[in-house]
Design a protein around this ligand. Structure first.
Ligand SMILES: NC(=O)c1ccc[n+]([C@@H]2O[C@H](COP(=O)([O-])OP(=O)(O)OC[C@H]3O[C@@H](n4cnc5c(N)ncnc54)[C@H](OP(=O)(O)O)[C@@H]3O)[C@@H](O)[C@H]2O)c1
Length: 317
């Protein structure tokens, strides 16, 4: 057994935050890759697992963290010293995940990351970029010249949706909840405060709504979609209930379309991987807030309150 120790955040009870534990570095095993973690994502999905409010839950204790990036220490499938992403195969859900200095995961949960990529970017970009691509292209089928409204436009998915829609030739209105976030709507999106949302502030009705926020913001934004327009629904940070008055729904004649990266992932994967280069060069932007392993509580609070701008990651370098 290795005498080296490794820090890990261990969840003992759902509804509490995982705490730091020193434990031995996991022993390499056939079919598994041992990774010295460099960065791990803190995402809404991870918080759902930590809260015990997700369809797939681990036996406890467990190390959460469904996505991360680091350097290979031992593997049958990757060269030692190469950079890999970790995601899937139950990592951080059914088995120990990425909120630790070291992770031992099934080979199938790893994928090579381009050398030189920022590890925090490598482990955070896919979900928001893939979701943005799915929403704009696969689901809403945005056409050049259309007017597209994006809610949560300074959030991770929202900010990339603004940029992907603009690249598709759309005129984009980006809605944010807090005045402090107006400056974080990526250009050329026109920033609008949700509290001031009206046909006038939005510059008229829109052809497409891409909503990453849900709750009352969705209800408000839907009124600004033209008849026979489309609304692609991505997230529900502001509330998961959405009552429909059928008479109003039929009169509005707006198609409500669900966006699910779970079912669309394969469709958008190649484009998302290709666009990682644009994120690295800065042609596309995804802000990332970084916190140390001992600052998990701050990271979680920033994400839960919606104050975080872009993605949140634990820096393990
Ligand atoms: N459908 C899919 O396949 C899929 C894939 C990825 C993510 N998602 C979901 O999409 C949503 C957005 O993800 P994200 O990564 O972009 O999240 P994010 O970066 O945290 O952005 C969410 C935005 O929601 C707004 N918000 C409004 N009310 C809020 C509240 N009560 N608490 C927190 N935020 C609030 C915040 O913007 P303001 O401050 O401007 O209000 C925040 O920027 C999440 O619900 C996520 O689970 C869905």
């Amino acid at each position: 057994m290795s005498s080296e120790t490794s820090r890990a955040l261990v969840l003992e009870r759902f509804g509490t935050l995982p705490g730091p534990v020193e434990r031995p570095v996991p022993e390499p095993r056939p079919g598994h890759t041992l990774v010295r973690m460099r960065a791990a994502q803190v995402a809404h999905l991870d918080l759902n697992v930590v809260d015990g409010e997700f369809g797939i839950l681990p036996d406890l204790p467990v190390v959460p963290g469904t996505s991360g990036c680091g350097v290979v220490l031992a593997s049958d499938t990757h060269a030692e010293g190469s950079l890999v992403r970790i995601n899937g195969k139950g990592a951080g859900m059914r088995r120990d995940g990425c909120w630790a200095d070291h992770a031992l995961v099934p080979d199938a949960a790893t994928a090579a990351a381009p050398e030189g990529t920022d590890p925090a970017l490598a482990c955070t970009f896919f979900s928001p970029l893939g979701t943005a691509l799915a929403a704009v292209h696969a689901v809403a089928a945005v056409r050049p010249g259309e007017r597209v409204m994006v809610t949560g436009a300074a959030g991770a998915v929202g900010a990339l949706t603004v940029q992907v829609a603009a690249r598709a030739g759309a005129e984009v209105v980006g809605v944010v909840g807090r005045p402090a976030k107006l400056g974080h709507v990526p250009a050329p999106g026109k920033p609008v405060l949700a509290a001031e949302l009206s046909e006038e502030s939005a510059g008229g009705p829109v052809d497409v709504l891409i909503d990453t926020v849900g709750g009352p913001v969705l209800r408000q934004a839907l009124r600004l979609v033209r008849r026979r327009g489309r609304a692609a629904l991505v997230g529900y940070t502001a509330g998961r209930d959405f009552g429909v008055d059928l008479a109003d729904f039929l009169l509005a004649d707006v198609a409500l379309l669900p966006v699910s990266l779970m079912t669309r992932g394969r469709e958008v994967a190649a484009d998302a991987e290709r666009l990682l280069a644009d994120l690295t060069s800065g042609e596309l932007t995804l802000p990332i807030e970084r916190y140390g392993l001992d600052q998990l509580a701050v990271a979680v609070e920033r994400l839960r309150t919606g104050e975080a701008v872009g993605k949140v990651a634990i820096d393990l370098s």
